[in-house]
Design a protein around this ligand. Sequence first.
Ligand code: EPS
Length: 381
Amino acid sequence: MLRYFTAGETHGKCLTAIIEGVPAGVEISIDKINEQLARRQQGYGRGGRMKIEKDSAQILSGVRGGITLGSPIAIKIENKDWQNWENIMGTETATDERSVSCPRPGHADLTGGMKYNHKDMRNVLERASARETAARVAVGALVRQILEPFGVEFLSHVKRIGDVEDNGNINDNGFFERVKNSLVSFGDEESAKRAMEYIDNIKAQGESCGGVVEIIVKGVPAGLGSYVHYDRKLDANLAFGVMSVQAIKGVEIGMGFGVSEMPGSHVHDEIVYDGEFSRLTNNAGGIEGGMSNGEPIIIRAAMKPIPTLYNPLKTVNIQDKTEHKATVERSDVCAVPACAVVVEAAVAFEIAKAFLEKFSGDCMADIKKYFESYMERIKKF
Ligand code: EPS
């Protein structure tokens, strides 16, 4: 079973991830991992931290000469900001210079402090911070390399920032090329301009904003996941992976909540046969009965506004229980473009996990053999 752990505090020495269950014989490019890490750092509305960091991954084990060994893979990403926090975040000695006693509404601060008995809520926010998503992006970027030889491709874009929709159409020529060059990951340049104005406005008010991101996975063979048991359903696992990303409050697959408003004939995708089975539409978002059906998988996630507000909300100081303004930590105003990259990584992990469950094998040679014979068989079905 493919699984991973991450460790690391936002202002600690580094982030680490250990990935277990990667088969032997996968070609790994560190450049592809660093490319995803760089994508995560971009976007209009990010804060000062991204000017300090230049995230890059080091693979510490499990890979030899660019090929996986089948053993656990350890990855490390250094926090360049650590040098400014060594005294405060040292593992052996630490000062309480930047202690936090006024919890931010919407962040993990208060409940995390209550749960772990941390009177200095820095002990909570350091781990709850979205900085951890750098490690998750590295994991996603590594495991998608298992899928590449099988033609599985991941795309993502931002659909909405605050109340500004991207009016572009993903099926238009050059849409994803424009997304790549857009500071807000929109495919329509006019909408992108409005989104940036929106972010400027929000920033001037000391506010933050959220948005909606969409991930499209192409080339997924029919039959990943299963209808036979609840915890093997691909949509359930995808929703879990996406929901586990910091700040995500909603997940939709295909038509999502829209299915509840339409009669059945407008929702279900008609089946046709032209040498192979396909669907006339893709309202199901590529998943029926908890299984991929061979159509592109489409997932959307709603990100809430980041809880650190430069114009802070009302809260209570946990020391003396008096009314206070929430702590202001350096933060982003808008991290929705970064969120698209993170959710894409979370989706890549769940797809890779389901793929290896279906085509399990210790090495790529065995997996390829099984994959080919399965594809041959379902073609003739
Ligand atoms: C982030 C790093 C953090 C935050 C942000 C995401 O760095 P710092 O706290 O030093 O500014 O900028 O985290 C949050 C928005 C949050 O609420 O925790 C990153 O690397 O993405």
